[in-house]
Design a protein around this ligand. Structure first.
Ligand code: GLY
Length: 399
């Protein structure tokens, strides 16, 4: 009898462990339910801001300290995320109302293709026009991508082999931030459209310099590097939005993971895949990663009960991981898919996913813009929503 009881107890433990493990490996359980909640919430958001469409500031970005929806103009680095989210809602739901709204907001960015004042036009135009092109071909939109690549290429320094992120200032000679990896997608896209390999070569040069100079031996990344544009010498390795110069800012790690995964997609150069896998492992195995897999704003920030999480870093990471899975065989991808699923399950839970018609219509709560600047701490951010929707789409289409 004792032995039977022991066996039953052991079996229960095994079943319990397996069901925990399986739940971790399942695709986000209620993908459809979550997509429906996203569509409902963005219907609310879009209606609440639609009368601002003809003003200079019309893209929803976050919630201001006074509780109002923070709107931003077309030259802000985040201006492509709202149209991009509308495109993903269209892809996820097949509801044509999202297509017409996405088109309207995308075309508002028309003049950004000529903007040369920082590197962010890659984000702005690829997330809007680039996603529109996933829906249907358009010669006019192709031209926008190519013109944007021409504008971005003016920031390339051939001797140093990098694209300058921000303009020179008292503090920086030629600053390059790890986030800049994200702008390379537009350059690869422009070469595909135009056949002009200049853009591809610039992207590869920038990715190689970033891999060599931005990353430490443990595959964590510096945030900002200051370059000498004539010699390519790195003058300083600093942070702007992280906890310390030698810390690992959570969104920076996510940008790196996403950027090198995308570079592998575009080039099939195995060193980019290897780099992405190392960054993914760094994130997944980090001792400061909380149990729900939503990181604190910096992996090296001192942790107490008030330390903010960054849902945006988590959403970018999950989206990148789903793409990474497409380059791995079924056995290899298991760990990364399970990790991505568990991030998405956490973000879809009431801890992070806003209750209907709250959070000013944004999907996710608890992101951090820039803690050292006391800016946008523990708030919704349009890019957290964008990468969350992209992750849902990538999960849905992952074979
Ligand atoms: N690219 C700016 C940021 O991640 O905050």
């Amino acid at each position: 009898m004792k032995n039977i009881l022991k066996s039953i107890a052991l079996l229960s433990c095994i079943l319990l462990f397996q069901s925990y493990n399986n739940s971790d490996r399942q695709p986000p359980k209620s993908n459809n339910k979550v997509v429906n909640a996203c569509a409902e919430q963005y219907t609310f958001l879009s209606k609440s801001i639609y009368d601002k469409l003809n003003t200079k500031r019309m893209m929803p970005r976050s919630i201001k300290k006074n509780g109002e929806t923070g709107l931003t103009g077309i030259y802000d680095w985040t201006s492509g995320f709202y149209p991009g989210s509308l495109w993903y809602l269209n892809l996820l739901t097949n509801d044509s109302k999202w297509e017409s709204l996405a088109t309207e907001y995308t075309e508002r960015l028309d003049s950004v293709q000529h903007w040369r004042e920082n590197h962010d036009i890659g984000f702005m135009i690829e997330c809007s026009y680039g996603n529109a092109l996933k829906k249907s071909p358009s010669k006019a939109y192709d031209d926008v991508i190519v013109q944007t690549a021409k504008s971005l290429a003016t920031r390339f320094h051939p001797k140093a082999g990098i694209i300058q992120s921000w303009n020179a200032s008292k503090k920086w000679n030629c600053p390059v931030i790890v986030d800049n990896m994200m702008n390379l997608e537009l350059l690869f896209h422009a070469t595909k459209i135009s056949g002009d390999s200049t853009f591809y070569n610039i992207a590869v040069s920038h990715a190689n310099a970033t891999m060599k100079n931005h990353f430490r031996d443990d595959y964590s990344s510096y945030h900002v590097l200051n370059y000498n544009t004539e010699t390519g010498e790195v003058l300083a390795k600093k942070t702007h939005q992280g906890y310390a110069d030698d810390s690992s800012w959570a969104r920076g790690q996510a940008w790196g993971l996403y950027g090198f995964t995308m570079c592998y997609r575009a080039t099939k150069d195995p060193k980019y895949l290897e780099q992405a896998l190392h960054i993914a492992d760094y994130i997944k195995n980090h001792p400061n990663l909380p149990k729900d897999n939503i990181p604190y704003w910096d992996y090296n920030a001192p942790v107490n009960s008030d330390t903010p999480r960054d849902a945006s870093a988590a959403a970018i990471t999950a989206s990148a991981l789903y793409e990474l899975c497409t380059f791995l065989d079924k056995k290899e991808r298991k760990t990364y898919k399970s990790f991505a699923n568990s991030i998405i399950n956490s973000l879809s839970s009431p801890d992070y996913f806003a209750e209907s018609q709250t959070n000013n219509g944004f999907l996710l709560k608890h992101s951090v813009g820039s803690l050292p600047h006391n800016s946008e701490i523990d708030v919704p951010l349009n890019y957290a929503d964008y990468y969350f929707l992209e992750a849902l789409y990538r999960n849905k289409t992952l074979k």
